[in-house]
Design a protein around this ligand. Structure first.
Ligand code: G6P
Length: 461
């Protein structure tokens, strides 16, 4: 099998690997994929320097070789905080109201994609499969081609692809997507995002699109686009769930909640996760069922993310206010209904919390996939599993229809789902969980990696 060269903005460098919730699904998933397959992982170190030097730092840990570069402060501002997280991220999560278009952001984005191409080029050997990840690096394939890279190059988008009518509000959208046609294979989390992309290529670029095979042809170039729903590293999660750290974390949570039912949310502090809407739903639940104020506690773990971006600062303030309001109104001297924790936790600790929580609320307004939903299912006690309440707008909902699916914008639906989860008999919980665990176990990270890289290596080009 060919060696893999994985390229992404965020690399789970060993020093940061302890914290699971803060780094998002991509880093954990790629770490697992590389551990099993070997190869190189190239990306940004996460460090800022005054001037970009192009110096590469190579580290080998736990069987994964990482190669990272530092970025200049201006690059971080314009590329990472700017184009990636103030333009593309909100737009791709349907938040056109939060989307900012600044010419400098676009320039920074192009410059950093050039830096990536220039720096990673010497590391690529003729038989390598090159696999680029996520919205930070949409044009990287084309930048590599212009440097003579003839290898097969695949691209996977971890977040949604927005409907054409939204996407065309991005200045120079066509130029950006044309660069993507230099890949050989483009992967999406779900059929929904894939269809939006195919629709765009057909309607806006006039490409020839075969919807059955995902073959896109334009100007003599052919690229395939397909859906590859990502999964968790099931074996690794099960290992972590069996550790002393996990047991201790479960004990800690149970001891502190005693006779109350623990309901849990674990999300990066991001407006796409629907956190204020979730608090509104919980508040509605307490309004409608005041008898439960004493026997239900909600624990929200929300490590801060992208803290230099204004919309993230705002969502944090908003969430603090909402949590403060509901706790102020509902607390008693011996009871607080919502615990709000900004710290990240290790995967083992999270597994303990998942196991102790009888209900998980995973209610993003829009999410490419969402791996917390899958980890929660993996960590349950098969004889007495908890209930997963899942947003219809998470990519995971398409694979997990046995969860209690909700519209996260509706406080009434959320309230109703919480009541349903609280009252659900063990038999029904087991039935739903039996179906869910099959998907989580079978459609795991190994299968995802094999499916994508297998197609990348063998598709006719
Ligand atoms: C999402 C994105 C990833 C990103 C992660 C964490 O999962 O798809 O590309 O790495 O969020 O965000 P951050 O900005 O901290 O890398």
């Amino acid at each position: 099998m060919s060696r893999l060269v994985v390229i992404s903005n965020r690399v789970a460098v060993p020093k940061a690997r302890g914290v699971a919730g803060a780094q998002g699904g991509l880093a954990g998933a790629l770490n697992s994929a590389l551990k099993r397959n070997g190869g190189i992982w190239f990306g940004w170190s996460g460090d800022e320097v005054a001037e970009f030097t192009g110096e590469i730092s190579i580290q080998r840990a736990e069987g994964v070789t990482t190669a990272t570069i530092d970025l200049a402060a201006q690059d971080v501002e314009e590329y990472y905080n700017g184009y990636a997280n103030s333009t593309l991220w909100p737009l791709f999560h349907y938040r056109i109201d939060l989307t900012e278009y600044e010419r400098e952001f676009g320039r920074g984005y192009e410059r950093v994609n050039e830096h990536f191409a220039e720096s990673v080029r010497p590391l690529i050997e003729p038989d390598d499969l090159v696999w680029v990840h996520d919205y930070h690096l949409l044009p990287l394939g084309e930048r590599l081609r212009s440097r003579g890279v003839k290898n097969r190059i695949g691209f996977f988008l971890h977040i949604p692809w927005p409907p054409t009518r939204l996407f065309v509000s991005l200045p120079y959208h066509d130029r950006l997507v044309r660069t993507m046609l230099e890949y050989d294979l483009i992967g999406f989390q779900t059929r929904e995002w894939l269809e939006s992309f195919l629709h765009y290529c057909q309607k806006e670029l006039g490409a020839d699109v075969d919807e059955d095979t995902g073959r896109i042809t334009l100007g003599g170039r052919t690229v395939h686009a397909r859906a590859y729903p990502i999964g968790i590293d099931y074996d690794h999660v099960m290992d972590q769930a069996g550790t002393g750290d996990a047991r201790q974390a479960a004990q800690r949570l149970l001891a502190s909640t005693r006779h109350r039912t623990a309901m849990l949310g674990v999300d990066r502090l991001d407006y796409s996760k629907g956190l204020p809407e979730r608090i509104d739903g919980i508040s509605r639940f307490f309004d409608q069922h005041p008898q439960h104020v004493r026997d239900l506690v909600y624990i929200q773990i929300a490590p801060p993310s992208r803290e230099d971006v204004e919309s993230y600062q705002k969502i944090r303030t908003q969430l603090e206010q909402k949590t403060g309001q509901i706790n102020g109104a509902r607390s008693e001297v011996d009871l607080v209904p919502i615990r709000y924790v900004n710290k990240g936790h290790s995967l083992a600790e999270l597994c303990g919390f998942y196991r102790a929580a009888k209900i998980a609320l995973v209610t993003p307004l829009r999410d490419g996939m969402n791996l917390v939903a899958k980890e929660y299912i993996a960590a349950q006690d098969p004889e007495d599993p908890g209930v997963l309440i899942l947003s219809r707008f998470a990519g995971a909902a398409l694979q997990m229809p046995e969860a209690v699916l909700v519209n996260p914008h509706s406080p009434d639906e959320l309230s109703h789902a919480i009541k349903q989860a609280l009252d659900m008999p063990r038999e029904e919980r087991k039935e739903r969980w039996d179906a869910l665990i099959k998907t989580v176990r079978d459609d795991n990270i190994q299968r995802w990696t094999e499916n994508f890289t297998g197609d990348l290596a063998s598709l006719p080009i």
